[in-house]
Write a protein that binds this ligand. Structure first.
Ligand code: URA
Length: 481
């Protein structure tokens, strides 16, 4: 029996070296025992007298190994060696046989690792280290697997100009603005608890939280607590839940003495709501409505299946969209489609809409130049978006860019800080990322390519989160301000 002891974690180099040696010496998997926790005596092979040649594996098999090696299952190395052995002994296309029990198990492990990476990209939040003498950010995260080295380069692309560290119980990553280095495991107490920006975001969340209609069970079920406890707004939840009852009493007392306020949108809502039971009806009504700012050819309704799991919200139709009457068909739309496909999402299966439903522009010569909608215009169109979400009941609502964030939260929130998983005040969960036209505007090609990769990575994270997220509102909508 040959005993192999590797370093703890994703010791890819150690695995490769050992597998090469064992294959070269013709040692079959059943004659090996693998360990990476120091429980076995050290590597049972004498140092190689001469260099051993690399394993000749198909590229997909090599990539699979790189992923699975990050899994926390203590059997991973033994399973991978079985896989290597079989591929090199007449089963070169083994990976293409999903019904094979070994392939099936390795695929499940690879999927779990990829999901963990996406969740880290989506749920990690940096906090300013108030104790550091210069500006520095620190994030605490608890991954399931040994993914830190695979996940960290994403944050280098995203926060290249900042200095930061990611601390986890399985290791740490440090970016000093020039180099990414990895260090030992850390403890939660080493990470800062909160920063000033977070206080204001949490304050906002508290102000829109409706204590009368909380559903604590649904809130816990929808996402493992270990993820949401690191989100700034989520740290307010236990307190809000605990104090909900007394806050309701307080609200009732106040309401009894307050004159009833009539809201024009609410009146409109009451007039229109009974008739609207499908997107078709809703959009018919939209097509018959006038633009708030004159000029647009037509209203541009959302597009996609009524049972879509993911709703993407853009800003407003552009020139092409206005002419064709369809969202995201111009240059930004084409880039969006490409990124969706690369992330494994099908445009036909998602719903794509806009915060504002008419094109607003200014004529410059013969060209119609896009004009950013005002907060008032976004608010005016909010009713349509609400109805779309109510009819579709998506799992996630994705805000593409600042205007969509404004539509979903009523606030201007910097994308750089809010990017990632988001809990919107109207009870939907979702994600905040950049607008595809931001990618088109970046002047330099390298920056454009990096930002595009980040965008695709966000879409991958969205796909992963949607897979195990419930549909519709996961909280009752917050009381309107
Ligand atoms: N930009 C948007 O926000 N929406 C579109 O439909 C097209 C471009």
């Amino acid at each position: 029996m040959r005993r192999v002891v590797l370093n703890e974690g994703a010791d890819l180099e150690g695995f490769r070296t050992a597998a090469r040696r064992l294959v070269a010496e013709g040692v079959p998997p059943e004659e090996t025992v693998w360990s990476s926790d120091g429980a076995l005596p050290l590597f049972g092979l004498a140092p190689a007298a001469e260099p051993v040649s690399p394993l000749r594996l198909p590229r997909a098999a090599a990539e699979h190994i790189e992923t699975v090696v990050r899994h926390r299952d203590s059997e991973r190395f033994a399973l991978l060696y079985q896989f290597v052995w079989r591929v090199l002994h007449g089963e070169r296309r083994l990976l293409e046989v999903p019904s094979d029990p070994l392939v099936h198990r390795l695929e499940r492990m690879a999927r779990s690792v990829r999901r963990d990476i996406h969740k880290m990209h989506a749920f990690l939040r940096f906090r300013r280290d108030e104790e550091a003498t210069d500006e520095r950010f620190v994030a605490w995260f608890e991954p399931e697997h040994f993914i830190l080295e695979a996940a960290a380069p994403f944050f280098v692309e995203r926060f290249r100009a900042l200095r930061w560290a990611i601390l986890t119980p399985l290791g740490s990553a440090h970016w000093d603005g020039v180099a990414l280095t990895f260090g030992p495991a850390a403890d939660r107490s080493q990470a800062p608890g909160k920063d000033a920006w977070e206080d204001s975001w949490r304050g906002y969340y508290e102000s829109v939280f409706n204590p009368a209609r909380i559903n604590a069970r649904a809130m816990r079920a929808e996402m493992p607590k270990k993820y949401w406890r690191n989100l700034p707004e989520a740290t307010a939840i236990p307190h809000l839940v605990r104090t909900a009852r007394s806050r309701v009493t307080e609200m009732l007392e106040q309401e009894a003495t307050m004159p009833a306020k009539r809201k024009p949108e609410a009146a409109l809502d009451a007039m229109r709501a009974p008739a609207i039971t499908s997107l078709k009806q809703l959009n018919k009504l939209l097509m018959a409505s006038d633009p708030l700012v004159p000029g647009a050819t037509q209203a541009v309704p959302g597009e996609g299946p009524e049972d879509a799991e993911i709703v993407f919200v853009g800003e407003q139709p552009g020139d092409q969209e206005d002419r064709q009457g369809r969202p995201f068909v111009g240059p930004a739309g084409q880039l969006f489609d490409r990124a969706l496909a690369e992330a494994g999402l099908n445009r036909e299966e998602v719903y794509v809409t806009n915060a504002v439903k008419h094109f607003k522009f200014e004529m410059r010569g013969k060209r119609r130049i896009h004009q950013k909608p005002t907060a008032g215009e976004v608010k005016h169109y909010r009713w349509w978006l609400e109805k779309e979400l109510e009819l579709i009941k998506p799992k996630l609502v994705v805000a593409l860019g600042g205007t969509a964030v404004l539509a979903m939260t009523g606030k201007s929130i910097p994308i750089i800080r809010a990017r990632g998983f988001a809990r919107f005040p109207d009870g939907y969960d979702g994600y905040i990322t950049v607008h595809p036209s931001y990618l088109l505007r970046l002047p330099d090609e390298a920056a454009k390519a990096a930002a595009y990769r980040q965008f695709v990575s966000d879409l991958e994270a969205i796909r992963t989160i949607a897979a195990d997220h419930p549909r519709g509102r996961v909280r009752a909508p917050a009381a309107a301000e």
